[in-house]
Design a protein around this ligand. Structure first.
Ligand code: PLP
Ligand code: COI
Length: 338
């Protein structure tokens, strides 16, 4: 292992000691196995390559001041992977496999968990896909589950700082009865054009309205949206967004901090009333929104006049990070200590 400059880490892939895998054949999952190879050998007609029969997860492990390693909301990520598998006709993992695989891959890559002071974390990426060679559009008969890890720094350069977002009306990432609520690769392929054009125009990320009416807020790229006003944390209810585990945690912390919490459709018209707004997810934690432009209507919604994150977003961010790093008591039982 080379010397890693932990505090300079971005959100990227780094080779580690190895990964944990498991295969499904003839209607049954095999055993979890440790592999040092980063590559997989698969047939060119594999189902995942052609028909995107693939789901993944993203969670993090944190090293605390006490030297302990904490994995955040492991059971919730396991449950969401099960839901994604069901959503695209893949077999679910046997009880306990997800957790066992994550614990094994983290323990065997323990030297890749960034130190407490760096503010970085170990990103854990479970992925499950069908790979039977076939050209008919049918669910595969053979599947592979892999969990690998990579140390990561902030998703957006600068970490907890406000950045601008832009509403896209040219592209949808998912439809109301589509696969938006599952963490499946196809949704991300569908987002690339919008993401590239937002980036090229100088924005952090694209921002989606609902695909049907283009009236309600859906997601901020690959993150959920929240807005805060009148001591209330408000986040969209929609069938085309991913149920974010970070957002679920923030709703609880908002309540703990004395805010009211509302999960309901948010019309674009309501945006000017928010005092603060942010994007949230495992990778970005909270990415406070400086402004949100809607180039087609010429509107621009400003959520930070001085360029700094707002007071509630800052409190929520600090509280969530404190629980993840073990600086604050884990009263909701979100953390698994390795
Ligand atoms: N929305 C999308 C589309 C995502 O890809 C993610 C990332 O996982 C999120 C929201 C945030 O979800 P979570 O907080 O569970 O990471
Ligand atoms: C998140 O964890 O918030 C993400 O959006 C993951 C992304 C890298 C797919």
């Amino acid at each position: 292992m080379e010397n890693i400059n932990w505090s300079e880490l971005g959100f990227g892939y780094m080779k580690t000691n190895g990964n944990v895998r498991c295969e499904y054949h003839n209607g049954a999952w095999g055993n979890l196995e440790w592999h040092t190879d980063e590559y997989i050998n698969m047939h060119m007609a594999a189902t995942c390559l052609h028909y995107a029969q693939e789901a993944f997860e993203g969670l993090k492990a944190f090293k605390g001041k006490d030297g302990k390693i904490r994995i955040f909301r492991l059971d919730d990520n396991a449950a969401r992977m099960e839901s994604s598998c069901d959503g695209i006709c893949m077999p679910k993992l046997p009880e306990g496999y997800f957790k066992k695989a994550v614990l094994e891959v983290v323990s065997k890559n323990i030297e890749f968990v960034p130190p407490y002071e760096s503010g970085a974390a170990l990103y854990i990426r479970p992925v499950l896909f069908g790979y039977t060679p076939q050209i008919g559009v049918n669910p595969a008969k053979d599947y592979m589950f892999i969990v690998f890890v990579s140390p990561v720094g902030p998703y957006f350069k600068g970490g907890f700082a406000t950045t601008p977002y832009v509403i896209t009306r040219k592209y949808d990432r998912s439809a109301p009865l589509g696969t938006g609520m599952y963490k499946v690769g196809g949704n991300y392929a569908a987002s690339l054009k919008a993401h590239e054009s937002a980036h090229a125009a100088g924005y952090s990320s694209e921002f989606y309205l609902d695909a049907k009416e283009k009236k309600y807020i859906d997601e901020c790229g690959a993150a959920n949206f929240f807005g805060i006003k009148n001591n209330t944390y408000i986040t969209p209810k929609s069938t085309s967004i991913l149920p974010s585990i970070t957002n679920r945690s923030l709703m609880q912390l908002a309540e703990d901090l004395g805010l009211k919490v509302e999960r309901r459709p948010i019309p674009e018209d309501e945006l000017p009333t928010f005092e603060e707004a942010g994007a949230c997810g495992t990778a970005a934690v909270i990415s406070p929104i400086s402004k949100l432009d809607d180039p087609e209507t010429g509107k621009s919604y400003v959520f930070s006049k001085d360029g700094n994150p707002g007071p509630w977003s800052t409190k929520l961010y600090k509280k969530l990070r404190a629980i993840q790093y073990g600086d604050e008591a884990d009263i909701h039982n979100w953390v698994t200590i390795l």
